[in-house]
Design a protein around this ligand. Structure first.
Ligand SMILES: [Mg+2]
Length: 164
């Protein structure tokens, strides 16, 4: 089976998890269940259903998964570790500015000029999806919650089901 994409770039807030601003959390975190963590004030962050299955599928299929997130790296990298997501991510980019095009450009630079695959960018904000779709020929962009309703839909899309 050959997947349609070999690179998946995920937004975090309101895409990978249900929290809208992870930079407002206060570490340290503790894991409260398979799919949730709490910060030091008891605020809970829940992963979207299906994300773990997607990550293990991507590992199996050789799809690199990375992150482009507007957040404070010192607050959010420990959360990815607590949720045991960090080990599935290749070169995650978490920076405190809203320019997703700059973040995706950085990811593509890290891949190097020999990369000849195709990437898929997933974000809940329409302006980010539009900007990334326009900026990169080799990257398709879809809106989480609209174009793909769940991580199960996304898994389908990665292997060629559905239309972008
Ligand atoms: Mg978001």
């Amino acid at each position: 089976m050959k997947p349609r994409y070999d690179l998946l770039i995920l937004d975090l807030d309101l895409t990978v998890w249900d929290h809208e601003d992870a930079s407002s959390l206060v570490p340290p975190y503790r894991r409260v269940s398979e799919g949730a963590a709490a910060d030091s004030r008891g605020t809970t962050i829940r992963l979207r259903p299906g994300i773990r299955e997607l990550l293990s599928r991507c590992a199996e299929w050789g799809i690199r998964v990375t992150v482009a997130s507007w957040n404070r790296p010192d607050v959010v990298f420990p959360l990815l570790r607590t949720l045991d997501l960090d080990r599935f991510l290749w070169n995650p980019v978490i920076e405190f500015h809203p320019d997703k095009v700059a973040m995706v450009a950085r990811i593509l630079r890290a891949l190097g000029p020999e990369w000849d695959g195709r990437g898929l960018f997933v974000d809940d904000r329409e302006e980010n999806v539009r900007a990334v779709a326009e900026a990169f020929e080799r990257v398709d962009a879809v809106r989480f919650g609209v174009d793909v309703k769940s991580f199960r839909d996304l898994t389908e899309l990665l292997v060629g089901g559905g239309e972008v």
